[in-house]
Write a protein that binds this ligand. Structure first.
Ligand SMILES: Nc1ncnc2c1ncn2[C@@H]1O[C@H](COP(=O)(O)OP(=O)(O)O)[C@@H](O)[C@H]1O
Ligand SMILES: [Mg+2]
Length: 233
C-alpha cells in the first residue's frame, strides 16, 4: 500500500448471542478498504447489519472474527482503556436522532467532548463557537436543543463530532428524520468539513439513494456480505 488506508475492514464476522440457541449470524465476512478523504454510503435492507457494522468499526461492540484497522491500528487488539482513548481521539459518531443533551446550550453540547480530555474551558468554548459558526449556527450559541429545528440539532451534533478532529466519522442514517432540502444541506456540510479536515473519511448509512449518490462510493450489504461496491463520483 502506497498510503495508509483510513479504515481496513478485514473479513469481519458478527454473531449476537454466539453459541446460544438464539444466535443471530449477522455479518458473514465483510471486506473493504476506505482511503483517506472518501465519503462512503452504506446501504442495504433493514436488519442486514448496517448499524452492527458501524458499531464494530467504532469499537462499541466486539466482533466474532476478522480485523478492523484504523490508520493501520488494529482496534481488535486493543484493551478497553486503549480502545476508549483511541475512539475518543479518532472516531466521531452521528446518529439519526441527534442525541444532544436537552438541558445544555449549543455551545455546551459542542464543547463537551473537549472537556473530557481536560482542555481548558475557555479554549473549549472558543473552539465550539468557531465550529458552530462554521456549520451556520453562529447566532444560536446559547439556544437549547428544544428551540432548534431537527436540521439545526443535527448541525450541532455534527459540530460536536468535529470538535475533536476525528479521522473517521460514522453516521447512522443522519438525515433519516430530515426533509430533502435539509438533508442536502447536511450532506454539503459533511463535504465542506471533509475538505477542511484533510483525509477525514466519512461513512454514512442511508436508505436514500439521493443521499448515497452524493457520496463517492456506495457499498451495499445483503445476507451478511458485501453485495456490491461501486464508485459513483
Ligand atoms: N444486541 C443485539 N442482540 C441480538 N440481535 C441483535 C442485536 N442488535 C441487532 N441485532 C440483530 O442483528 C440484525 C442486524 O441489525 P442492525 O445492525 O440493527 O441492522 P440495520 O441497521 O441494517 O437495520 C437484526 O436481525 C437485529 O435484530
Ligand atoms: Mg440501523
Amino acid at each position: 500500500m502506497s498510503q495508509t488506508a483510513i479504515l481496513n475492514v478485514d473479513n469481519i464476522h458478527k454473531k449476537y448471542n454466539e453459541d446460544k440457541p438464539n444466535e443471530v449470524y449477522v455479518l458473514k465476512g465483510i471486506d473493504f478498504i476506505i482511503p483517506p478523504g472518501q465519503m462512503t454510503a452504506i446501504m442495504g435492507p433493514s436488519g442486514c447489519g448496517k448499524t452492527t457494522l458501524l458499531n464494530l468499526i467504532g469499537g462499541l461492540d466486539p466482533t466474532s472474527g476478522g480485523d478492523i484497522l484504523i490508520e493501520g491500528n488494529s482496534i481488535i487488539a486493543m484493551n478497553d482503556s486503549e480502545l476508549t482513548n483511541f475512539r475518543r481521539d479518532n472516531v466521531g459518531y452521528i446518529f439519526q436522532l441527534f442525541n444532544l443533551f436537552e438541558d445544555q446550550t449549543s455551545v455546551e453540547n459542542v464543547s463537551l467532548p473537549l472537556l473530557l480530555p481536560l482542555v481548558p474551558t475557555n479554549e473549549a468554548i472558543t473552539k465550539a463557537e468557531m465550529l458552530l459558526a462554521e456549520v451556520g449556527l453562529g447566532d444560536r450559541f446559547n439556544d437549547l436543543p428544544g428551540s432548534l429545528s431537527g436540521g439545526e440539532q443535527q448541525k450541532v451534533a455534527i459540530a460536536r463530532t468535529l470538535v475533536t478532529s476525528p479521522r473517521i466519522i460514522l453516521a447512522d442514517e443522519p438525515t433519516g428524520d430530515l426533509d430533502i432540502a435539509t438533508s442536502d444541506d447536511i450532506m454539503a456540510l459533511f463535504r465542506r468539513m471533509q475538505e477542511e479536515n484533510q483525509g477525514m473519511a466519512v461513512i454514512i448509512v442511508t436508505h436514500s439513494s439521493r443521499i448515497a449518490h452524493q457520496c463517492d462510493r456506495i457499498i451495499r450489504i445483503e445476507n451478511g456480505k458485501v453485495f456490491s461496491d461501486e464508485v459513483v463520483n
